[in-house]
Design a binder for this molecule. Structure first.
Ligand code: ADP
Ligand code: ZN
Length: 656
């Protein structure tokens, strides 16, 4: 078929796919027309009677008198009616048979009129009568099907339809493209090996895992890692999303799973990747208040059946991704199914450096760019966020008509990622601006003058996003996996600094501190409940650390006395009060420093951590105070050196 023809046909297909209603209308009209043509008036069978132009309906008695008058030449007798040609051939009479009259034949014989019988229906009309309603129903069904198909973005018509939702590719992603998740890579390395040389493992009789669950927050590179496994092993990669299985006709999801496995087995060795597996694999026990979801359950059962259905010698590996492994149905996690979990965690400092390096490869980077600095500022961001930071920076550079991406662009992009899009156009009224300036300066002062608090990297009164009117950006020197007690208290002080500044300098408090107070309260509460850092509960843990790395899970009833609860509430309230008073005292001590900060903020809207520290030090010098500004550890290398000397000292101590 020529390309042109091909194109035309595609166009046709598109037209009918896109206009199911019109298609159906045309279809119905055509059916009716055909039906009418074939089963026209006077019956449809071939007739010995000529094509008389005029058809005349007559009564039975009239017909009989016509016969007696020999006004008819040929007669045909059917089951329910009779037709006859007039003697001159100009007319065709038809009449209904009157039941019980069995003398008609006699009458015809007597008048020597030629007669014959005929069957009113033939194979065609009979089949049509049977086929028509069927085709009608089929048409209606197709109409609905195509509508569903459109709304779901995929097909429902068995095999053909399901292929659209299963993406099959042979990715050229390699492990080098996935950075900062070294442990996860090591764990899946074995799978690559198995897919590459299945024979080796099968011969020895080793059981290779069938299913591996990739667990981690969104954007940490689970999909990327799965693709890299396929890319490294050079095998086909079939991917589906768990959520695409639901919201469909019952049975379709299960059919799709069957189809998916069929394709994957046919192309083995291969990889099946199921994103968001929690959408189908949610625990059946867990809250199904609104009645069961049959579709999901059928799909899940089909998935389990398929996984059990092929032996460990079939080199098909199923990788699935979720960020909520705790809600998965236990059946999924049994041996022989997803019995392995690989954690794909948010990257640490080194990891972020590596991920950023992967992504800056794709853009033109200026020589002044310090990736480590960017990595330092982006603690808590996942790989996808970092990829976005680099891309945003490139867009910014492009907008400024630069040839390369500069450090400044990356900084701006990081800020956006961290605090939402800059809304420079949004005007805040002068009163709000004043409140925000003092509030943020309060945070900043406490952050710089409290031992254990995180350093300030930037204070801003430019509103970002919808929630934050201003913000103080803290600069964690490195990722913290652990916090000491004094650091937690320091954080409480910094949080209270905003509210206290409003009270001290404005004389009135606003709603702007709501979130700060909530966080401060939570910190103290977990010190009591979880970390054994108070006299109230001592070492007793009141609240098990249910805060899994993937976020909190449901609430269990509390397991301690009312007295304990009351003591804890009092402790939290009292500590907040005490710390608040201390913070107020500090702010009063540093009054002019705050005023200087506010003045500079008014002028520049954004001030850096260095500027904050300079203002504080100036103030302290002017007043002959001993500096409270906490010296920061300059680099990670310094800290490592410190560690090394400590270790050496410990070794020496041990030898003595
Ligand atoms: P997930 O599946 O965990 O939600 P993805 O794999 O879809 O995350 O990540 C989206 C994009 O973010 C990737 O295509 C890649 O560009 C980037 N990315 C995420 N994690 C990493 C990583 N560890 N290394 C490099 N790039 C990453
Ligand atoms: Zn605040």
């Amino acid at each position: 078929m020529s390309e042109q023809q091909n194109k035309n046909q595609n166009n046709n297909n598109n037209f009918f796919n896109q206009n199911p209603l019109i298609t159906f209308a045309i279809f119905s009209v055509a059916m009716i027309v055909i039906f009418k043509l074939l089963v026209g008036e006077g019956g449809g069978s071939s007739s010995v009677l000529g094509n008389s132009s005029q058809v005349q309906q007559v009564s039975y008695s009239e017909f009989k008198s016509l016969v007696e008058a020999k006004d008819v030449s040929k007669v045909e007798i059917g089951q329910s009616y009779i037709r006859a040609q007039s003697a001159d051939g100009s007319k065709l009479y038809t009449t209904r048979i009157v039941q019980g009259d069995n003398k008609l034949v006699e009458l015809l014989d007597k008048n020597h009129i030629e007669y014959s019988g005929f069957s009113e229906s033939n194979w065609f009309t009979e089949m049509f009568g049977w086929l028509f309603p069927f085709l009608l129903i089929l048409g209606i069904w197709m109409l609905f099907a195509s509508r569903m198909q459109k709304s779901m973005g995929g097909g429902i018509l068995g095999m053909g339809g399901s292929k659209k939702l299963v993406n099959s590719e042979k990715p050229d992603t390699k492990f080098d493209d996935v950075a900062g998740v070294e442990e996860a890579k090591e764990e899946v390395q074995e799978i690559v090996d198995f897919l590459k040389y299945p024979g080796r493992y099968v011969e020895i009789g080793a059981k290779i895992p069938k299913g591996v669950l990739l667990v981690g927050s969104p954007g940490t590179g689970k999909t990327l890692l799965a693709k890299a496994v396929a890319g490294e092993a050079e095998v086909p990669f079939f991917s589906v999303s768990g959520s695409s299985f639901i919201e469909m006709f019952v049975g379709v999801g299960a059919a799709r799973v069957r189809d998916l496995f069929e394709q994957a087995k046919k192309d083995a060795p291969s990889i099946i990747f199921i994103d968001e597996i929690d959408a189908i694999g949610k625990s059946r026990a867990a809250g199904n208040m609104m009645g069961g979801n049959d579709e999901r359950e059928q799909t899940l059962n089909q998935l389990l059946a398929e996984m059990d259905g092929f032996g460990t010698d079939t080199p098909v590996i199923i990788l699935a991704a979720t960020n909520r492994p705790e809600i998965l149905d236990q059946a999924l996690l049994r041996p022989g199914r997803f019995d392995r979990q690989v954690l794909v965690d948010k990257p640490d400092f080194e990891g972020r450096v590596k991920i950023l390096k992967v992504h800056v490869k794709n853009v033109k980077i200026d020589d002044d760019v310090d990736i480590k600095e960017v990595a330092r500022l982006t603690a808590g961001l996942a790989g996808a966020d970092l990829a976005n930071v680099v891309n945003e920076a490139a867009l910014l550079a492009g907008r400024k008509n630069q040839k390369t991406v500069k450090q400044q662009d990356l900084f701006e992009s990081v800020e956006r990622a961290l605090a939402g899009l800059a809304k420079k156009s949004r005007r805040i009224n002068p009163k709000e601006k004043k409140i925000v300036a003092y509030h943020e300066s309060g945070h900043a002062l406490l952050a710089e003058t409290t031992v254990g608090a995180k350093k300030v990297s930037k204070v801003s009164i430019v509103p970002r996003g919808l929630a934050a009117l201003g913000y103080t950006l803290n600069k964690p020197e490195e990722d913290k996996f652990m916090m000491q007690r004094h650091e937690l208290w320091a954080e409480v002080d910094v949080l209270l600094g905003g509210r206290a500044a409003e009270e001290v300098f404005i004389g009135e408090i606003s709603t702007g501190a709501g979130n700060d107070l909530e966080r401060a309260t939570d910190i103290i509460k977990s010190m009591v409940q979880t970390y054994g850092m108070s006299d109230i509960a001592g070492l007793m843990v009141l609240e098990k650390s249910r805060q899994s790395f993937l976020g909190p899970t449901g609430g269990a009833p509390r397991e301690y006395s009312d007295k304990m609860a009351e003591d804890m509430d009092n402790f939290i309230k009292q500590s907040l009060q005490e710390h608040y008073e201390a913070v107020v005292a500090r702010l009063e001590e540093y009054r002019d420093a705050i005023e200087d900060m506010v003045a500079l903020l008014y002028k520049k809207e954004n001030i850096t951590g260095e500027e904050v520290r300079e203002i504080i030090k100036d103030f302290e010098e002017r007043n002959g105070m001993e500096s409270k500004v906490v010296q920061e550890v300059e680099t990670i290398e310094d800290e490592l050196k410190q560690d090394a000397t400590m270790n050496k000292k410990e070794d020496e101590d041990a030898r003595e």
